[in-house]
Design a protein. Structure first.
Length: 123
């Protein structure tokens, strides 16, 4: 995925992680918008102007997997990357429900993030 003109939305409840990801994406040339919750993203990002979504698996209002399912139900086919700081059976089961969506485990490197963005951006 080319950075020029591509808009990436970050949905992450941790303010520090959210801000760091937004800054990293902007420094790489992406337009980056950030949301603290899935419901916030769903209510504010209605215009279809998002080229890729990066979402935490464990959000307070709905999981990142449920967010992807909601988008699919609405007919939005947005490439996505999930991320999580948890490595437990329940989280692994959630990630499997998302299907063929890459999931990065926090902390992850800039390279891992950009590789995942490139992979899903080619689909």
């Amino acid at each position: 995925m080319s950075a020029s003109r591509a808009t990436i939305a970050v949905v992450e409840d941790d303010a520090g992680v959210r801000a760091a990801l937004q800054q990293l994406l902007r420094s790489a040339g992406f337009a980056a918008v950030a949301f603290a919750a899935a419901e916030e993203f769903l209510s504010e990002a209605r215009d279809g102007g998002v080229d890729l979504l990066i979402a935490d698996v464990n959000l307070p209002d709905m999981t990142g997997v449920a967010l992807l399912a909601t988008l699919a139900e609405r007919g939005a086919r947005v490439p996505a990357v999930l991320m999580t700081g948890r490595d437990d059976p329940a989280t692994r089961d959630l990630v499997r429900q998302a299907g063929d969506v890459p999931c990065l485990h926090k902390p992850f490197s800039d390279r891992e993030l950009f590789d995942a963005i490139e992979r899903v951006g080619r689909r």
